[in-house]
Design a protein around this ligand. Structure first.
Ligand SMILES: [Zn+2]
Ligand SMILES: [Zn+2]
Length: 356
């Protein structure tokens, strides 16, 4: 079968090539891939900035149809439409596994970096990580459920967002646009989405389509002044950084109310960043880093989808055949578009995009 493979430890070194067909064991299912999302992590692996075990097929955000099931599989059958959590090879005995925090297990290997991933015609996945796609959710949307679940993990599980919270989200990329919808669904009194001038032409327009009216261009407007005025001088209850920008992170410390929460979500790509530590101390800020997703966060995502509170369709900007992965990777590195979905060439039926 055809797959997008990171061949060796080096910058780049990704090729589209023929690889052996995956063989399933008794506890696995074979899935025919219908859609595979490109994540920032895939780009980091392309650029040699994230751990990986080559040669490895990229991609951990996907949906597909079960083609074949192992002998022990009872819950699923061929023809089922599915997506999957990524946390594989967790040890089951360490402190984190036993606390239900399997995403923190040191043995964890996920598709796309620790084992063969979804940018291929087929993938094999163990039963315990699979979820059925609701009938009204398309394969394209199904490929965005994993990234959406990293957002519900951050806002609902990690930061315990509350009804009436004033929420600022920095960075109107796919995560930021999902976060704005999740915050609204969780009863935020205000959701303010901040970005930069580059975001005006596309990302802010998608925000508008999603009904996120409070968008701020920090290159032109004073976000801090707006938040302070809107909160009677107190500041935001939650500031979620989806941008990974040092400027935004420092602004979070200024903009948050005392005892407010800063969710550290966007990776900066740097070893360290300078932040106003003393101000964070004197304001008793809660700094909450958040990574990956958990079973519960997937359930929250499915709940939001079922309630019609989460539009994942509009987050998808580009749909391309897998053979054109390099064009997609380059566009993402140039910060064009939003969520890119790759479709196996054999399944691809003409490019569709969320045109504005
Ligand atoms: Zn991802
Ligand atoms: Zn473990």
């Amino acid at each position: 079968m055809k797959a997008i493979v990171k061949e060796k430890k080096a910058k780049g070194a990704v090729v589209y090539k023929d690889v052996p067909f995956p063989e399933i064991n008794d506890d696995e299912v074979l899935i025919k891939i219908k859609a595979a999302g490109i994540c920032g992590t895939d780009i980091h692996i392309y650029n040699d900035e994230f751990p990986y075990w080559p040669p490895v097929i990229l991609g951990h955000e996907f949906s597909g149809v079960i083609e074949k099931t192992g002998k022990n599989i009872k819950r699923f059958k061929p023809g089922d439409r599915v997506t999957s959590e990524p946390q594989q090879k967790v040890c089951g005995i360490c402190r984190y596994c036993r606390q239900g925090l399997i995403h923190l297990c040191s043995s964890k290997r996920s598709p796309g970096w620790g084992m063969d991933g979804a940018m291929a015609e087929y993938i094999k996945i163990p039963d315990g990580l699979l979820h059925l796609l609701p009938p009204n959710i398309s394969f394209l949307e199904g490929a965005v459920i994993e990234p959406a679940s990293t957002v519900t993990h951050a806002l609902i599980e990690r930061a315990s967002i509350r009804f009436g919270d004033f929420v600022v989200i920095a960075g109107p990329g796919p995560a930021g646009l999902i976060a704005a919808q999740v915050a609204r669904a969780c009863g935020a009194s205000d959701v303010v989405l901040s970005g930069i001038s580059e975001d005006l032409s596309y990302r802010f327009k998608v925000a508008g389509q999603l009904g996120i009216k409070n968008v701020f261009n920090v290159d032109r407007q004073d976000l801090s002044e707006y938040v302070m005025n809107a909160t009677g001088g107190y500041g935001a209850d939650i500031f979620m950084d989806c941008s990974g920008s040092e400027a935004a992170i420092n602004q979070a410390i200024d903009i948050c109310a005392k005892n407010g929460k800063i969710i550290a979500f966007g990776l900066t790509g740097k070893k360290s960043v300078g932040i106003g530590w003393d101000e964070a101390i004197t304001k008793e800020l809660n700094i909450i880093p958040s990574m990956s997703s958990t079973y519960n966060s997937w359930i929250y995502t499915f709940g939001l989808l079922k309630a019609g509170k989460l539009d994942l369709k509009k987050i998808i900007s580009n749909i391309m055949p897998m053979s054109e992965y390099m064009r997609a990777f380059n566009m993402i590195m140039e910060k064009k578009g939003l969520k890119f979905i790759l479709v196996p060439d054999s399944e691809y039926q003409g490019q569709r995009t969320n045109q504005i």
